[in-house]
Design a protein around this ligand. Structure first.
Ligand code: BYC
Length: 327
């Protein structure tokens, strides 16, 4: 039976209106949905898609920064960057675990990433050309991630919401270490300041794109907000990010590369220039500057790690057999 009211992620559902209404009541009452609870197939599918994409982003996000670990300018910077990249690996693992509670395996999710079926954040398809990029990624990319992820701590799906609490705490350390790198450069020699400005010029627009298409073009937002997976729309979060970040750039003495950026007293926020959505969709569809390298690196890591997964599985099977024999 097709419901006339609530829909699934694919636009239709075989679930009864009574079931969907009862589920929506739980959502509206702010109850957390747990893995063994009955849930609409569309809700499950939306979460697997979003959590999977989020997990892949954390793991792929290790690559552009990992590129600079050996070239960090001091031991202190190297240790902080190493810790940050490790945190991101951890975030990916919590998120894969959260998705696994919905009945999808890590192998399936990884296969989807490697085949190009599953997406990861557009931002990680851009190259890290200078040390300043490591600062800018922490400042802008982690800053955007926090803006997007704080509301996810209140997501209706329990395992995702709980994973986000720890992730957000770590992201805030990441954001501060990035801002501090950019501040050091901005207050350094003219060459260092120019390096920081060049980095801001290259990362500003891709950071705004991280929040996804404008609300009018966001196919999933309405349903995800009704299910309280998302609490704010893409444009709302983008606006909050711009309003928080522009004063930070001013404090650094850097210029945001948007000639149309202007404080709008009436709305109490900044107006900004047009985002290049053609570039966004090109990158999302796998044609970003670093897309091929990123997937190649993930495929190599997955293939090289096959023997470790097989050995761990064989070890677990042996232990289980020994335990059963002893019982
Ligand atoms: N990049 O209907 P929409 C991090 C896709 S990790 C690529 O608005 P939704 C970090 C979208 O998937 C950052 N694709 O979708 C890590 C959909 O395509 P499909 C990752 C994008 O889901 C390491 C289509 O466009 N954060 O920060 O309602 C170091 C239509 O969009 C993007 C997360 O994943 C994009 N930017 O909203 C440092 C957070 N935007 O799936 C930092 C969790 C949109 O129909 N995810 N698309 O084929 C979310 O909050 C939401 O999924 C989004 C998109 C706001 C991203």
């Amino acid at each position: 039976m097709y419901s006339q009211g609530l829909i699934g992620a694919d636009g239709r559902t075989h679930e009864t209106p009574e079931f969907l209404e009862a589920f929506q009541k739980r959502i509206d009452a702010e109850e957390k949905i747990e893995p063994n609870d009955a849930m609409p197939a569309g809700y499950r599918k939306t979460l697997v898609r979003q959590i999977g994409q989020h997990a892949h982003s954390e793991i792929v996000g290790m690559l552009p920064e990992g590129n600079w670990i050996t070239r960090a300018p001091s031991l202190k910077r190297k240790a902080a960057l190493l810790a940050k990249v490790q945190d991101e690996g951890g975030h990916g693992l919590y998120l894969y675990c959260a998705a696994e509670t919905l009945g999808v395996s890590r192998e399936e999710m990884t296969e989807e990433l490697l085949s190009g079926k599953a997406k990861y954040s557009s931002i990680f398809n851009y190259p890290t050309l200078s040390w300043a990029d490591i600062g800018t990624i922490g400042w802008l990319v982690d800053g955007a991630a926090i803006m997007n992820q704080i509301p996810l701590c209140r997501c209706s799906f329990g395992p995702y919401a709980r994973a986000m609490i720890r992730v957000c705490k770590e992201e805030s350390f990441h954001q501060r270490q990035g801002y501090e790198i950019v501040m050091t450069l901005a207050q350094g020699t003219p060459e260092q300041k120019a390096m920081a400005q060049d980095s801001l010029n290259r990362w500003w627009w891709p950071s705004l794109m991280m929040f996804g298409p404008h609300d009018a073009d966001s196919q999933h937002s309405d349903q995800s907000m009704a299910w309280k997976i998302k609490r704010f729309s893409n444009d709302e979060l983008r606006q909050k990010f711009i309003d928080a970040t522009v004063p930070q750039a001013e404090y650094l003495g850097l210029t945001v590369p948007d000639p149309d950026l202007k404080w709008n007293e009436e709305k109490g926020g900044y107006d900004h220039g047009p985002i290049d959505w053609d570039e966004f969709w090109r990158v999302v569809k796998g044609h970003g500057p670093m897309a091929r390298d990123r997937i190649k690196a993930r495929k190599k890591a997955w293939d090289d790690g096959a023997w470790v997964r097989e050995a761990a599985l064989a070890h677990a099977q042996k232990r289980r057999a020994r335990k059963m024999a002893a019982e």
